[in-house]
Design a protein around this ligand. Structure first.
Ligand code: NOJ
Length: 595
């Protein structure tokens, strides 16, 4: 996940390190057009998700409708008109199922209901219906890797070895041994550690066995080698597909299977914020068996009408690995695999971004890329890429990369108003358990989960004025909120709105090939969007704090004229007279149509 962000060592960084994520090497010099012609999927009717802007909602923090300080489904419902005005096509709602909330919903105790603090099943069906009336689709989060330890399946599984549900989870007798953490003369079977800290094995006295948990011990991993688990999980997905959801975001999908021999992992050197060794994770992540399940899942959702979509949480070290989650040339796995390379390189480095954007266009066997810069697990991009001085410009620049390449766009609530990461200042205020166990090195994920800033009233319009929101409202809410920004023509919010509208209406931006330009320029990242029979569009981003002047020769792309017409530009940039001299202020953007 994030590689060089300002939060030093997070679970995400640990995972990234274990995946061997490294800075990309050389400038991408390839020409793209012929390759693309071979690779593009040829479909006359394109699925909705191909051009979509998908908006992630963290329900606890979006809109509180009943004054308990926690967001809820009725709150989301009340903001659908705002989402429509933003121009988004779908919302992905992070888990709203019943849950003890140890991992704020990612520990599910019932997959076919709604947690009372978020509302009822009726609220959910109403939300799906009201969203549909506005042509907004609803994508749900689906946690297949693990359940809550309070799920009835696990309670049964942990009650006796002969219970039919016992084999639904991953158990081990451990091996003989004594010392700290030993039970009845046994120690865990191997050195695996939880991504959230400590051993990945937890002892259950009633069955005299350890169970495996990749995340918190309250999140036991399901045993996907047992076909009954697949049957039960597919059935819960059908439950929601039957209620009209447009698809699923598959949580931790590369972690479904573990090595059957439970072999020790190699240590890569270094430790996590929780003090655990960083492990290779060759035996707990990315096992070939994961792909068999996804292929069957893809076939299952294909039996529903309306292009239901599978979106994977896929933190991969490079584009080639990412391609595997699409099924490579077979295109039979995920339709959208989150690309965490562009949005989490966390450095405004032209060669790195150019390489990743170009690879997404050319190395995915024509599958559709899905760029993402923000989510509820990582410090916000404005802080990771920002320098403090030009952060507004940088936010607009990142939005431009997200919205004008050919990728499907995934955004996270609050990024459209420039919300900043606001981690807790004191240990006693931390809500995310990894922030407690990792303090002060790892302050947890509260900073990126603070409530949505709707206006400049007390509690930013998230909750009533006399309510204590579950996380405090950051001070930035006075200037950065939907109401204020809606009325400022040059706000980040209006930049997002205009960019989304441009993406929707301009044929080259919507459909065209993405050809990187001036590939040896270390300061300016630029590309061409080109669609047959349509005017081509040049997108130019200055990644430095210095003014830049750049010229373009598009003759290789069959464009002889140097004339250009401005479609969008960061305020202050002048309209260029020709493509021979495009001038850019620090961290600014120019988007123009070649005429
Ligand atoms: C990824 C989710 O985004 C994160 O919030 C969660 O803690 C883990 N998966 C475990 O479910």
């Amino acid at each position: 996940m994030h590689l060089s962000c300002k939060r030093s060592t997070s679970i995400i960084a640990v995972l990234a390190a274990s995946l061997g994520l490294a800075a990309p090497s050389m400038l991408c010099q390839r020409t793209t057009s012929t390759k693309q012609a071979e690779l593009k999927e040829t479909s006359s009717v394109e699925p909705w998700w191909k051009h979509a802007v998908i908006y992630e909602i963290y329900p606890r923090s979006f809109q509180d409708s009943n004054g308990d300080g926690v967001g809820d489904l009725k709150g989301i419902n009340s903001r659908l008109d705002y989402l429509k005005s933003l121009g988004i096509d779908a919302i992905w709602i992070t888990p709203m199922y019943p849950s003890p909330q140890v991992d704020f919903g990612y520990d599910i105790s019932n997959y076919e209901a709604v947690d009372p603090q978020y509302g009822t099943l009726n609220d959910m069906t109403r939300l799906i219906d009201h969203a549909k009336q506005r042509e907004i689709r609803v994508v749900l989060d689906m946690v297949l890797n693990h359940t809550s330890d309070q799920h009835s399946w696990f309670l049964q599984a942990a009650s006796s070895r002969t219970n039919p549900k016992h084999d639904w989870y991953v158990w081990s007798d451990g091996k003989s041994g004594t010392g700290p953490g030993s039970h009845e003369g046994r120690v865990p079977p191997n050195n695996w550690v939880s991504l959230f800290g400590g051993s990945a094995w937890e002892w259950v006295p009633a069955v005299h066995e350890y169970y495996y948990h990749e995340f918190y011990k309250q999140q036991p991993d399901l045993n996907w080698r047992n076909p009954a688990v697949e049957g039960a999980m597919f059935s819960t997905m059908r439950f929601w597909l039957d209620r009209g959801v447009a698809g699923f975001r598959l949580d931790a999908i590369p972690s479904l299977f573990e090595d059957i021999q439970l072999r020790d992992e190699a240590e890569l050197g270094g430790t996590s914020a929780q003090g655990d060794p960083i492990l290779a994770r060759n035996y707990t992540d990315n096992l070939p068996e994961d792909h068999d399940v996804i292929r069957r899942l893809r076939a299952m959702i294909a039996s529903y009408p309306g292009d239901r979509v599978l979106i994977g949480e896929t933190y991969m070290p490079n584009t080639m690995e990412l391609d595997k989650w699409y099924g490579g040339a077979a295109h039979d796995e995920l339709q959208l695999a989150m690309d965490m390379l562009v949005g989490f390189s966390s450095k405004l480095d032209a060669s790195t971004l150019r390489k990743y954007i170009d690879e997404a266009e050319t190395e995915l066997h024509g599958s559709q890329p899905l760029f993402v810069f923000n989510n509820h697990d990582n410090p916000r991009a404005i802080d990771r890429y920002g320098y403090g001085v030009h952060n507004e410009e940088i936010a607009k620049l990142l939005a431009t990369i997200l919205l004008t390449t050919q990728s499907t766009a995934l955004m996270y609530q609050g990024e459209e108003i420039g919300m900043v990461t606001t981690p807790p200042a004191r240990l006693q205020d931390v809500k995310d358990p990894i922030g407690i166990s990792g303090w002060p090195k790892e302050k947890g994920r509260d900073g990126e989960r603070t409530p949505m800033q709707w206006d400049d009233s007390a509690n930013a319009g998230f909750s009533g004025a006399n309510v204590n929101p579950w996380l405090p409202i950051p001070q930035s809410y006075k200037d950065h909120n939907v109401k204020v920004e809606a009325s400022e023509p040059n706000s980040i919010l209006n930049w997002y709105k205009q960019m989304i509208e441009l993406r929707r209406t301009n044929p080259a931006i919507r459909d065209g090939l993405n050809i990187m330009l001036n590939a040896d320029n270390p300061n300016v990242l630029s590309w061409l969007r080109q669609s047959p029979g349509q005017p081509a569009v040049v997108v130019v981003c200055n990644l430095t704090d210095q003014e830049q002047k750049i010229s373009f020769d598009l003759s290789a792309q069959g464009i002889a004229s140097k004339q250009v017409r401005t479609l969008m530009k960061t305020p202050g940039n002048v309209d260029p007279l020709s493509l021979d001299a495009v001038q850019l202020l620090p961290f600014s953007v120019y988007v123009g149509q070649a005429e």
